[in-house]
Design a protein around this ligand. Structure first.
Ligand code: DC
Length: 222
């Protein structure tokens, strides 16, 4: 029986970096569910699908999948590797919009559950502990202050040369996305009742990793 570790929380809390590390430490597969919503966002921007009805229609025949290349998760639309294309601010903001639609969430739900049923996973997202894997063995709600999260995102984008946004613009986006993700009707971002809260505002990466490994070990009794 595979073991499932769910890590939810707002953008920029360090979910993907930490989930990747935890997965590597445990020999589990890391699953970045945000990449699925981002891929739908990209597909809809390309189709010019803006209204709810257009987006719902646009899901017809859309094929999104994960493939592992050199141990790294890549996301595909059909046969196209879109792993890098889904990281722009435009795709990011639209991902928050499309992810609010019940049809989009239903479209991705089975895929996420199927992946988690086939192997032990560390899955990160917004509703993994509350909706996708309510029976996960470990649930962590990872967060940090909006200012800290925006600064981390800003530095990451600068390093990867993927945006010219100022820190203030990144912070405004972070706050707007938090608001959208937390107030949507379907599967809003919230801490599952049985999730352990991990606040990394005052921790660096290695401190955060230690905290998460401690929580995981306690929960798994390892
Ligand atoms: O984690 P991320 O920044 O890559 O997520 C992109 C968007 O997708 C984010 O605005 C919220 C949405 N999302 C979601 O609604 N549910 C998930 N499980 C993962 C992401």
């Amino acid at each position: 029986m595979p073991t499932r570790i769910a890590i939810d929380g707002p953008s920029g809390a360090g979910k993907s970096t930490l989930a990747k590390r935890i997965a590597a430490n445990l020999g589990f597969v890391y699953v970045d569910t945000g990449a699925l919503y981002r891929s739908i966002s990209l597909a809809m921007l390309r189709k010019n699908a803006v209204s709810d009805a257009e987006i719902e229609q646009g899901l017809d025949g859309l094929e999104i999948s994960f493939r592992h290349i050199d141990g790294q998760q890549h996301v595909f639309i059909g046969e196209e590797d879109v792993s890098d294309l889904i990281r722009t601010p435009e795709v990011t903001m639209n991902a928050s919009r499309v992810s609010a639609l019940p049809a989009v969430r239903a479209f991705l739900l089975e895929l996420q559950r199927k992946i988690a049923s086939e192997q032990s996973v560390v899955m990160d997202g917004r509703d993994i502990g509350t909706v996708v894997l309510p029976d996960a063995e470990v649930k962590i709600y990872l967060t940090a202050s909006a200012g800290k999260r925006a600064m981390r995102r800003f530095l990451e984008m600068q390093e990867k040369h993927i945006s010219t946004q100022t820190y203030e613009e990144v912070l405004a986006d972070v706050i707007r996305r938090d608001q959208q993700d937390m107030t949507r009707e379907t599967a809003p971002l919230k801490q599952a009742e049985d999730a352990v809260l991990a606040d990394t505002s005052e921790l660096d990466l290695s401190g955060s990793e230690q905290l998460l490994m401690k929580i995981v070990k306690e929960k798994l009794g390892a």
